[in-house]
Design a binder for this molecule. Structure first.
Ligand SMILES: [Zn+2]
Length: 349
């Protein structure tokens, strides 16, 4: 089982397509509805379900393919009972690109709606009254895609409309402010949906709750990200850390560092940075062991002028180490620790 409770089913245009386990809930709901009196029948219901998810997939592919063209990394698409999610990384920073990537999904849905409606018109199939459960297939497809396109344009995170709204707000505001404002608008929309849902439909309540919490987590993630971007490694590094020479014996070093809170030490060899040694490793060896033999020589380093965001995402995080050295002109000038980065993330929340 996967950590995100989904499993891969196919690869389309090189993009991994995954299905969330809860997806089977909707299969059961559809099957039960289909066998009820006046239902579609199981076979027709499963065909309808497959078509629905094909439409959702086309919507997500529109996002993913455009995002990839704009330079983003597409990790995959996950199909959930409530729709699809494109897992995009390294999204372009420009509001114009964000706008285009967000709006292309609803546009794809409206395109599918228009094509289905045109097909229905050509075959003289009535489109009215709107229905998603029975009636002619082309009519159902037209209405379903129209609703999906419109629903996703609700101006609230994590829906496409929230991103569209933020990219428009960003025209005359910085990202962080635009995100806060867009999230606030999204929460107001969510509360209105929940309130309306209490009178009309449980579905609206569920959607409202989904939007309410989605807005908050999107806000937190963006603010952490932009705060980390505005900081440099030198802003949060431990300056002038204690360094050790490769020829030091571990027991001697342990004695020496007893009165410091520093737990990771950059090791020097011939005056140059050569790796890191931690107190845990020091204690695991006899006191006469030379530090040079037991140090972590593969430990990467960063520069004080690197952006904190970049250092964390590309070096410290992937390294899995508690701390890495900060080096300038061949000299160790600081230590960047996971604990300090976590503190910044915590403040952002
Ligand atoms: Zn979308």
């Amino acid at each position: 089982m996967n950590r995100d409770f989904s499993f891969p089913i196919a690869r389309i245009f090189g993009i991994q397509l995954r299905i969330h386990y809860t997806f089977f809930l909707i299969v059961v709901v559809f099957a039960l509805g289909a066998t009820a009196p006046g239902g579609l029948g199981v076979v027709s219901a499963m065909i309808w379900l497959a078509l629905i998810f094909l439409c959702v997939l086309i919507h997500e592919l529109a996002h993913s393919l455009l995002a990839r063209r704009k330079g983003a990394t597409v990790k995959g698409i996950v199909l959930l009972p409530i729709g699809g999610v494109s897992q995009l990384e390294n999204l372009p920073e420009s509001p114009q690109d964000e706008f285009a990537i967000a709006i292309v999904g609803p546009l794809a849905s409206f395109g599918l709606a228009a094509a289905s409606a045109a097909g229905a018109a050509a075959l003289k199939i009535p489109l009215w009254p709107p229905n998603l459960y029975d009636g002619p297939l082309l009519s159902r497809l037209a209405w379903f895609n129209l609703i999906i396109g419109a629903f996703n344009l609700i101006p609230a995170f994590p829906l496409d409309g929230g991103r569209v709204l933020r990219s428009l707000l960003q025209r005359n505001r910085p990202l962080e402010e635009a995100t806060r404002l867009a999230s606030r608008i999204g929460r107001v929309v969510a509360v209105v949906l929940i309130a309306a849902g209490l009178f009309y439909s449980l579905w609206l309540v569920i959607i409202g709750l989904f939007i309410f919490f989605g807005a908050s987590s999107e806000e937190a993630a963006t603010i952490v990200h932009s705060r980390m971007k505005s900081l440099l490694v030198r802003d949060i590094m431990v300056t002038n850390p204690i360094t050790v020479d490769a020829a030091t014996q571990s027991g001697y070093l342990l004695e020496m560092v007893r009165r410091t809170s520093q737990r990771e030490f950059p090791m020097l060899e011939g005056g140059h940075y050569a790796g890191m040694i931690t107190t845990d490793v020091l204690m695991a060896y006899p006191p006469t062991t030379y530090v040079g033999y037991i140090a972590d020589r593969g430990c990467p380093a960063v520069a004080p002028s690197d952006s904190l965001d970049h250092a964390e995402i590309t070096v410290l995080g992937p390294s899995g180490r508690p701390a890495i050295a900060v080096i300038e002109d061949g000299q160790v000038v600081g230590l960047l620790t996971q604990a300090d980065v976590a503190r910044i993330v915590q403040q952002g929340r």
